[in-house]
Design a protein around this ligand. Structure first.
Ligand code: FAD
Length: 407
């Protein structure tokens, strides 16, 4: 059988999961294209922002990962601008790339409502590693300047606003509140005038999730001192001033916006069916059915479970869809029958500051506190650890080819 060239665009949760399947198949050569040489573990971004871990803990080296599988797997650093589905050709910022089969996994970006004046300009995002790092560094510098200028005593309030009460907004609010509490307790430079506001348009946080998680998260946020402003719509944002519900004003030092997602910009120029979030409509095999050999997985696609219920954009649905699309690509190449994706949500794990998390798994495990934190940590670290082990193989291959030993 002639080997086929399979190109994966995007090395996030979906792309990396697909890579594991395709790289171990005898029937294809794999090219992974990403604009960054790392897989950013967004699910652990809250820890980075709250200074609980360093940049290396939230990244996986894509070059080493690809190299670990052998010469038939290549990583290319490029930003893809356009795809010509007829010609089976991808146009990147640096070069063009041909494919036999294509898997698009470029994820999503923060949905800044264009009509909300100043939102994009004056708030920070956390969807990219750079934006999370920028926030973290500016936040620390600002806190330092405050302590310096006020002799260690912040008499003026220091306000942090987080817009959006979904999974990421809640995790960031809780982790920052916890960080500030520890900072205040541990530091002789007293600065107890820091406030965190969580601005949500609905009645409660985690709208649409199960009541157990909503209750636990709300209790914990309130205990950590987070001020939840429900039924609050962002009217506009000015430099350091947020206007809510047309008239209420909140002065802030920092604002993070996490309210919703839209598909990555790559879908803009694609002549294929899309939903309101610009996500690609895929069939039950995760194929973009108008074009032969084209698949999409992760946040960029509109994903559904077996019953046709929409799945939220999460790392777990990205991983399942990436794996499923890759299995179907291999089946097509080998002339076998494709399998419906049959994805399902296995549960939700929410970090709620320090060694505390709320977990609901498999429909019957519901636990909060340190046990929840341990379950979440084992699952998250397990994901990272297995990828890290694979990367070490790649680093050894790299070192051998250069004729030296790193360790
Ligand atoms: C703060 C935060 C916390 C979260 N917490 C959780 C959680 O606890 N549990 C959970 O399940 N989910 C969580 N999520 C959601 C989860 O991270 C996403 O659903 C997941 O990352 C989607 O995976 P993906 O592979 O589709 O996209 P991504 O992981 O975003 O990967 C997309 C990749 O495509 C690349 N790319 C994009 N455009 C281009 C281009 N034009 N050319 C080349 N490369 C490109 C990017 O560089 C990136 O590497 C969280 C998200 C955030 C922001």
């Amino acid at each position: 059988m002639q080997r086929k060239r399979v190109v994966i665009v995007g090395g996030g949760y979906a792309g990396v999961e697909a890579l594991k399947v395709l790289a171990t198949s005898e029937s294809c050569d794999v090219v992974l294209i990403d604009q960054h040489p790392y897989h950013y573990l967004q699910t652990e971004a809250y820890e980075l922002i709250a200074n609980e871990c360093s940049m290396t803990r939230v990244t996986i080296d894509l070059v080493a990962l690809c190299m670990s599988y052998g010469e038939h797997v290549t990583y290319i650093k490029d930003t893809i601008r356009e795809i010509d589905f007829q010609a089976k050709h991808i146009m990147g910022q640096n070069s063009g790339h041909a494919y036999d089969y294509l898997l698009v996994c470029t994820g999503s970006r923060t949905a800044y409502n264009g009509a909300t004046e100043g939102l994009r300009e004056y708030s920070h995002g956390v969807k990219t590693l750079l934006s999370a790092l920028t926030f973290k560094q500016q936040f620390e510098q600002r806190l330092y300047q405050r302590m310096e200028s006020e002799g260690g005593w912040c008499s003026e309030p220091f306000n942090i606003v987080i817009g959006g009460g979904g999974l990421s907004g809640v995790e960031i609010a809780a982790e920052m509140a916890y960080y500030i509490r520890v900072f205040h307790q541990d530091n002789t430079l007293t600065c107890d005038n820091i406030h965190i506001f969580l601005v949500i348009p609905h009645e409660s946080v985690l709208e649409g999730m199960e009541p157990y998680l909503i209750t636990q998260a709300t209790k914990r946020l309130l205990k950590l001192g987070v001020k939840i402003l429900n039924h609050s719509r962002i009217t506009s944002v000015e430099e350091h001033v947020l206007i809510l519900n047309q008239s209420e004003k909140i002065c802030f030092d920092f604002m993070i916006f996490t309210g919703g997602i839209v598909a990555s910009t790559i879908t803009a120029g694609m002549d294929v069916p899309k939903n309101k979030k610009s996500q690609l409509i895929v069939d039950k095999y995760l194929a973009v059915s108008q074009y032969e050999g084209v698949f999409a997985a992760g946040d960029i696609a509109q994903l559904q479970d077996k019953e046709g219920k929409m799945l939220p954009p999460t790392a777990q649905s990205a991983e399942q869809s990436g794996r499923s699309a890759a299995v179907n690509i291999v089946a097509l190449i080998e002339g076998k029958v494709m399998k419906p994706s049959n994805m399902k949500m296995r549960g939700v794990m929410i970090a709620l500051g320090g060694n505390y998390a709320s977990v609901s798994l498999l429909g019957w495990i519901r636990v909060s506190g340190i046990v929840g934190y341990m379950i979440k940590t084992v699952i998250m670290r397990g994901y990272r650890y297995l990828l890290h082990i694979q990367c070490v193989k790649g680093i050894e291959i790299m070192d051998k080819s250069k004729g030296h030993c790193r360790f």
